[in-house]
Structures are given as structure tokens and as C-alpha cells.
Design a protein around this ligand. Structure first.
Ligand SMILES: [Zn+2]
Ligand SMILES: [Zn+2]
Length: 288
């Protein structure tokens, strides 16, 4: 990637600020495309039509959305810095990144994508549990939890220290095992997509999903939405494995999901508020 950029723009040769800026612009663009598409569809275009699928039956204040944007842009600056660090470390021969595809098989390539996702899933669960220690929560993780009714823009709304920890999995992995840049790109696309879905605020999976033998291993929008609203439950990221193993799924996770997924209709209450017909939807506070 860096060689291609340098052949196109020779002035970039060892121009650290220019590199940083290009990577930051790319990350911002990716975030705006993914989170922006989700926000545009669910919060603007289909706001009324799909309100019945809104997990919490209300919209957040506009100032909260701006807050999510502000912290996400700051997190992406940290991410860009880590990417520049990886570039220089790779050029210095310190990482295990390989650019020649023929060095390893396709099977190995696929294996690295899968293992990357699984390791990140474990890494996220435990760093997230640590973030809920009262001290770290108060000074760091609270930024993310200011969004108790998150929108897709909250996908990267972290305190800078949390951004460093969360994205830190990539620099750790490039020192641990041989990875092709394309494998990192596939992992990053999955990570961004799932972060956007987790903060979507709308449920998109069908009834029975969470109790299905295979699909049930994957998390839903409702799962992370409950974490934002109720805090001391549902810590996992991609899969519902660690929460199951550690007994940290909210007791009402499945029933809440079913209630949201089963909704059929919505009636407008006023121009900005809607109410789902025939539902007494109320999430209970976690007892921890
Ligand atoms: Zn949390
Ligand atoms: Zn979140």
C-alpha cells in the first residue's frame, strides 16, 4: 500500500504528516460512508416507516449525535497514528506483515481473517470488562456510555485512551503472526460493519435469531443496545460466546430481542414521536 502511494506521489517518500493525513482522510471517508449510510436510511429516509423496529422507542437528542461524531473523529486520529506506526515498523522489518501473496496459501489467508476476528472478539470482551472497573469507567469508558440510546455515529465514539486500547489489537496482531494487508482490510471491514450494526438502534435480524443453534452465536443490534441502556450486561462484540461463558448476558436478552423482532406496526404520536401499537416495551434495569 505504502509503495503504491509512493509511486503515485513521490513527494510522499518519508513524509510522515502527509501519510498520516491520507490515512486519516481514508478512515474518515470509510466511517462517513458506513455510519452515514446507516444513519441516512434508518434515521432520515425510513425514520417514520421503520420506527417500529427502533429498539428504544425514542430518538436521541441532536447534541448527542454531534458528541458521537466529535469523539469518533478523535478516535480515527488515534487509529491513523497506529496505522502510520505499523507502516514504519513494517518498513523497518519489525512486523510479520507479508506483501507477496504467494508467500502463504489462500487457506492460510482465510485462516488469518477468521483467527483475527476470534482473537479480537476475546480481546474486546476482556478489555471491555476492564473498562467497566469503576475507575476506568468514570475516567475513560463513560464517554462511550454517554450514548444510552446510540446511533450508528457512536461506532467509534471513544475516549482517546479507549480508542488506543480498542484499535491496539491491530499492532499487537502484526507482531504475532504473518498477515497480508488484505487480511487486515477484510477484518477491518467486518469490524466497522459490526460496530455500525451494534450501534444502529434498530433491530434488523428476524425472530428466533438469538435462540437459533448457529445464528444465536452471533450478536444482534438489541444485544449491544441493551449494553448502552443497562450498562452492566452484554459486554461482547461479534459473538455471543464470552457473555454466555461468563454468564454476563442480560437475563432478558432473548425476550427483549423477540419483543423487538416481533413488532409489526407503529402509530405516529406527534411529528417527532411514534409509539408502537400494542406493546408495553420496557427494558428492566440490570441487577448485575
Ligand atoms: Zn461498556
Ligand atoms: Zn457501544
Amino acid at each position: 500500500m505504502s509503495h503504491i502511494l509512493e509511486s503515485w506521489f513521490p513527494a510522499l517518500q518519508d513524509n510522515l504528516p502527509a501519510y498520516w493525513l491520507i490515512i486519516y482522510a481514508f478512515l474518515v471517508l470509510r466511517y462517513v460512508i458506513f455510519a452515514g449510510a446507516a444513519y441516512g436510511i434508518f434515521y432520515v429516509w425510513r425514520k417514520r416507516a421503520w420506527f417500529y423496529k427502533k429498539i428504544q422507542q425514542k430518538y436521541p437528542e441532536q447534541k448527542r449525535v454531534l458528541y458521537e461524531l466529535k469523539y469518533s473523529f478523535s478516535s480515527l486520529a488515534i487509529f491513523a497514528s497506529l496505522a502510520v506506526f505499523i507502516k514504519y515498523a513494517t518498513e523497518g522489518g519489525y512486523t510479520k506483515i507479508y506483501s507477496d501473496f504467494s508467500e502463504h496459501s489462500w487457506l492460510y489467508f482465510l485462516f488469518t481473517v477468521v483467527i483475527f476476528v476470534l482473537i479480537h472478539d476475546m480481546y474486546f470482551y476482556w478489555t471491555h470488562r476492564a473498562m467497566h472497573h469503576p475507575l476506568l469507567f468514570k475516567h475513560v469508558h463513560k464517554v462511550h456510555h454517554m450514548s444510552n440510546n446510540p446511533t450508528p455515529w457512536a461506532a467509534f465514539s471513544f475516549h482517546p485512551l479507549e480508542a488506543l486500547v480498542e484499535f491496539g489489537i491491530i499492532p499487537i496482531m502484526v507482531f504475532l503472526m504473518p498477515l497480508h494487508p488484505a487480511a487486515i482490510a477484510v477484518f477491518a471491514l467486518y469490524m466497522v460493519s459490526l460496530n455500525v450494526i451494534g450501534h444502529l438502534g434498530f433491530e434488523i435480524f428476524p425472530r428466533g435469531f438469538t435462540q437459533h443453534k448457529i445464528f444465536g452465536l452471533h450478536n444482534t443490534s438489541t444485544h449491544h443496545n441493551m449494553h448502552h441502556k443497562l450498562v452492566n450486561c452484554n459486554y461482547s462484540l461479534y459473538f455471543n460466546i464470552w457473555d454466555k461463558l461468563m454468564g454476563t448476558n442480560h437475563a432478558k436478552y432473548h425476550s427483549t430481542f423477540e419483543e423487538v423482532a416481533a413488532r409489526k406496526d407503529a402509530v405516529p404520536v406527534s411529528s417527532n414521536e411514534y409509539q408502537v401499537a400494542s406493546t408495553s416495551y420496557e427494558m428492566q434495569q440490570a441487577t448485575d
